[in-house]
Design a protein around this ligand. Structure first.
Ligand code: ADP
Ligand code: ASP
Ligand code: MG
Length: 406
């Protein structure tokens, strides 16, 4: 029997009425004769509520206990949804991440899935049950509960799809698909009918929160078609896939933005072998994930080195690099936590010159100062003041004519 994995996000299960709506949609899929595994997120703002509770106790919660707490949000949803389905006369069973065999490493709050041991899920499907799995969580070899990073339920869904050999992974959310930019910020943003894994991965990694980036990575690795669609309408949604796209009119498929950027600059760094390793190895050991790194050309063997991190990692990053700066004889370390980034993304840009110039032109018309620039083959990113990101996204969307349907 064909198997479908469906994932419902927090706003789709925010209250009892919405959980019952989701149960109806799952029942309709079951009635089509499909086996169904459902992944659920925590109800509405529950994860933020739980984080708030931890911060009422301490501003540096123990990470193991933090994950044990956060995982309870998804467990609430799974039980309520299973109850709703049973109440409608369907056979359903809820399973925590551990029960569903989601094995992870022990990096609390940012754990990576190492394997999915889906024997239990398969057994339940064979018994005729709809499996309702708590997203966002897994279990270590020591049987400790971990979480996968904010938005991680998408990754649970794609990992289960790969392990179970699902025909498709359907991600149901509060928008009708993947748009050319966040539709809450740019009302004229266009829904994309389809997008490749590579473009979607850059979108997700550079701030398009509609998909967890690790979920897209796993989708590409195991070639799982992923449909992003609304849990409230029957609109067809966006298919994320690995097939070649037809030539599209707009070479830029989308604009992503991220308001969570902080910058550290080490000024007056002696330019000699081993310096970068001396700085970035301790940062990695401290669990600080570094994004952009820029080193200036040196004058008289002295250079400046800048890197960016998430705002929440800035204090930790400064605690690590300040003593290093002293020990290697750098002049000082300065930081700025009020930054954001804006990115244009599209595989078509590879063979078409002039996109960087158009992007910089649009930002300069708004008098926006570009602090750092990074690129990949299919992306150009500018780091700018966080207060200017939103107007920059709207202006760039217009400048690149993304409001015109493809
Ligand atoms: P869920 O709780 O269902 O996982 P999320 O809040 O994680 O939902 O993701 C959906 C949100 O992603 C939308 O409400 C939208 O504001 C945001 N978003 C950001 N960029 C995009 C984009 N390019 N296309 C669609 N939605 C986007
Ligand atoms: N509930 C978690 C979060 O809010 C995971 C998810 O929704 O995907 O980040
Ligand atoms: Mg999400």
């Amino acid at each position: 029997m064909a198997l479908i994995v469906q994932k419902y996000g927090g706003s789709s299960v925010a209250d009892a009425g919405k959980i019952k709506n989701v149960a109806q949609r799952i029942a309709a899929t079951r009635d089509e004769g499909k086996q169904v595994v459902v992944v659920v997120s925590a109800m509405g703002d529950t994860t933020n509520y739980l984080i708030g509770k931890a911060l009422e106790i301490t501003d540096r919660p123990d990470l193991r206990e933090f994950d044990a707490l956060l995982s309870t949000g998804e467990q609430m949803s799974m039980a309520l949804l299973a109850m709703a389905l049973k109440n409608m006369g369907y056979e359903a069973i809820s399973l925590s991440g551990a029960q569903a065999g989601i094995r992870t490493d022990a990096t609390y709050s940012q754990a990576r899935i190492l394997a999915v041991e889906s024997k239990r899920v398969v057994r339940e499907l064979e018994k005729g049950n709809i499996g309702i799995v708590a997203g966002f969580q897994g279990i270590t070899d020591e049987m400790d509960i971990t979480t996968l990073g904010r938005g991680g339920s998408d990754t649970t869904a794609v990992a289960l799809s790969a392990s179970l050999g699902a025909e498709i992974c359907q991600i149901y959310t509060d928008v009708e698909g993947v748009y050319t930019a966040d539709p809450r910020l740019v009302p004229e943003a266009q829904k994309l009918a389809e997008i490749g894994y590579d473009e979607m991965l850059e979108m997700a990694s550079y701030g398009a929160g509609v998909m967890h980036n690790r979920a897209v990575e796993l989708g590409a690795l195991f070639n799982i078609p992923i449909l992003v669609a609304s849990s409230f309408t029957q609109s067809p949604g966006t298919l994320i896939h690995g097939g070649a796209s037809m030539e599209v009119r707009n070479k830029v498929r989308g604009i992503a933005h991220d308001l969570d950027v902080a910058k550290v600059t080490m000024v007056g760094v002696p330019d000699r072998p081993g310096i970068s390793a001396a700085i970035f190895q301790p940062l990695a050991r401290a669990g600080v994930s570094v994004d952009t790194i820029v080193q200036n050309a040196s004058i008289d063997n002295i250079t400046d080195l800048t890197f960016t991190v998430a705002k929440s990692d800035l204090t930790k990053a400064m605690e690590v690099v300040e003593p290093i700066a002293k020990s290697i004889g750098a002049r000082e370390c300065v930081s700025d936590s009020r930054l954001g980034k804006i990115s244009i993304i599209g595989t078509g840009m590879q063979n078409t010159p002039g996109y960087a110039a158009r992007m910089f032109g649009a930002l300069s018309e708004l008098d926006i100062n570009i602090q750092l620039i990074t690129t990949s083959e299919i992306r150009i990113t500018c780091i700018i003041s966080d207060t200017e990101v939103k107007k920059a996204v709207r202006a760039l969307h217009r400048a690149l004519e993304l409001e015109i349907p493809e």
